[in-house]
Design a protein around this ligand. Structure first.
Ligand code: SAM
Length: 357
């Protein structure tokens, strides 16, 4: 006879480390003899003796302990479950659960923070973004890009697409790893910033563009493209692969600053182009979760992964702000204010899939 005692513990850890539900089971075992005419009668008789405390197991009967570690607990989940955020490293976090997404947007480290300077609001500022963005060797960059792309690919539906942003510092490495992993590149969007900061050295052209590679998981399986909507946004002409959109605006930083926050207008365009309502979108380098805010604004579900706790907290505050200011935010995005789209208010999204946490 085996008696199992199940104890549930919530292990609370320090910031920048993930939290897990851990179940500890202790097994006690005792063998007794019982008189009965059939096996079934023996079972019933034993159950009666056990529930009447005629058979008691003690610490002397201990045989083993089993520890079961569950999927990571999210840092934050919105009340209608359309926004989930994990605090942790993306490759490690993705290895801990199974779930397939319709679309991925990734704004990975560009590895460009080498002490350069720029001009912001008339002041000379250092453009370093953080330790996660320090330059590295070509080999290490390729390895990093291969690893996270491989992990993400395992969580993409067969017809899913991925968008990855970058500059010349990282984008060629990303392109090579995409090819190695079997992705098919669909477009390379040039985001032409209408209001770039000036180049203060006066030795180069002003940097005013970023690239966004759009690729699908599979060479053969067709992807979703909202062609008609893109054409409508572009005044009924085919949308080109050069998008003129402004850099991040001040109103987008009302909950705090992230050094490389993307403008909502850019993510709105990407999500409208490549997903349908209720789709599931993953961002493995979530930062301040611009992808999640755009996704929820448009009635899509979001999972973000961010390794720094202060950025995870900023993301949470932005998601709370969205509930309070949905209409105001929507009206600040040209692609949305010009269209008559049926956008969600705050209701639970209609999805057949649920995250395992
Ligand atoms: C370029 S930023 C993303 C900014 C984001 N698109 C936004 O709009 O706020 C990259 C983010 O990835 C995070 N990061 C870097 N390496 C990571 C990793 N291995 N796993 C998870 N997050 C990571 C950084 O902390 C940073 O916040």
């Amino acid at each position: 006879m085996i008696k199992s005692r199940i104890l549930h513990f919530l292990i609370l850890t320090l910031p920048a480390v993930m939290r897990f539900n851990v179940t500890i089971q202790e097994f006690l075992e005792k063998t007794i003899q019982i008189e009965a005419s059939t096996q079934k009668e023996a079972v019933v008789a034993t159950q009666q003796l056990y529930s009447s405390n005629s058979i008691v197991l003690s610490a002397d009967d201990y045989v083993k302990t089993k520890i079961l570690i569950d999927t990571p607990l999210p840092y934050y989940k919105s009340s209608n479950n359309d926004f989930t955020l994990i605090e942790g490293d993306c490759v490690d976090s993705l290895s801990r659960f199974n779930f397939d997404f319709d679309m991925v947007f990734a704004d990975p480290p560009y590895f460009l923070s080498s002490g350069g300077i720029s001009c912001q609001n008339g002041k000379v500022v250092c453009v370093d973004k953080g330790d996660w963005d320090k330059p590295t060797s070509t080999e290490d960059m390729d390895k990093f890009n291969y690893q996270w792309l491989e992990s993400v690919r395992e969580h993409m539906k067969e017809d899913a697409t991925i968008w990855i942003s970058g500059t010349h510092h990282n984008i060629f490495s990303v392109q090579q790893q995409l090819i190695k992993l079997g992705f098919k590149i669909l477009n390379v969007i040039t985001w032409a910033k209408t209001n770039p900061p000036p180049n203060i050295s006066c030795r180069f052209f002003t940097h005013s563009t970023e690239y966004i590679i759009w690729a699908r998981k599979s060479e053969k399986v067709p992807h979703y493209f909202n062609y008609d909507l893109m054409k409508e946004i572009n005044g009924n002409k085919q949308m080109k692969d050069v998008w003129e959109l402004p850099a991040i605006a001040k109103w987008e930083k009302s909950c705090g600053k992230h050094p490389t926050q993307k403008p909502l207008a850019l993510l709105v365009r990407i999500i409208l182009a490549s997903t349908e309502k209720n789709a599931w979108i993953l961002d493995p380098f979530s930062g301040s979760s611009t992808t999640g805010i755009a996704a929820n604004l448009l009635g899509r579900n979001f999972l973000g992964i961010e390794q720094e706790q202060n950025f995870a907290e900023l993301s949470k505050q932005r998601r709370i702000e969205l509930d309070a200011n949905r209409e105001i935010i929507k009206n600040k995005i040209n692609d949305l204010s010009n269209l008559k789209l049926d956008l969600p208010k705050d209701e639970r999204l209609n999805t057949s899939q649920e995250l395992p946490f």
